[in-house]
Design a protein. Structure first.
Length: 151
């Protein structure tokens, strides 16, 4: 699995909105500037997040984006899936027809391993919510069950 910039920027944008909870809407351009991300890219990601119900948009002079739900109710998996439309691309499932190397993919003994891996990745991403990520690295490591690094 490779985390794309769509997924990474989606998480950065939603975390930015989570940190601002209660402060009102912020424009995509302001999020991009604050996080040093490309403005057009951020606008596209925020549109995907809005379509998925993770953020809402507010029109008007003081408009922009806010989280649609509390940060404790939004999982990392939701954000990644909304940002890049999938958390794990199984080539034999997403492109099953016409591929020479997978011409007979209905009898593939490898596919169950990839499907199990996808399931486990999704389980982990589903277990972490945005509010878990609003802390320093040591606290996040502790919350998700990883050892704390010694400096």
């Amino acid at each position: 699995m490779r985390i794309t910039t769509w997924a990474e920027y989606g998480l950065i944008c939603t975390l930015h909105l989570a940190r601002r909870a209660g402060e009102g809407p912020i424009t995509g351009r302001d999020v991009a500037a604050s996080e040093r991300l490309p403005g057009d890219y951020v606008e596209q990601i925020l549109l995907r997040l809005r379509r998925s119900g993770i953020v809402t948009s507010v029109r008007g002079a003081r408009g922009g984006y806010v989280l649609a739900r509390d940060a404790s109710a939004i999982t990392v998996r939701e954000v990644i899936a909304a940002s890049e439309h999938a958390t794990f691309d199984l080539h034999c499932v997403s492109h099953p027809v016409g591929e020479e190397r997978c011409a007979d993919s209905s009898h593939c003994s490898i596919r169950p391993v990839w499907m199990m891996l996808q399931h486990r990745i999704d389980e982990v991403l589903e277990s972490v919510v945005l509010s878990d990520l609003l802390h320093d690295e040591a606290t996040v490591r502790e919350r998700v069950g990883l050892p704390v690094l010694q400096s």
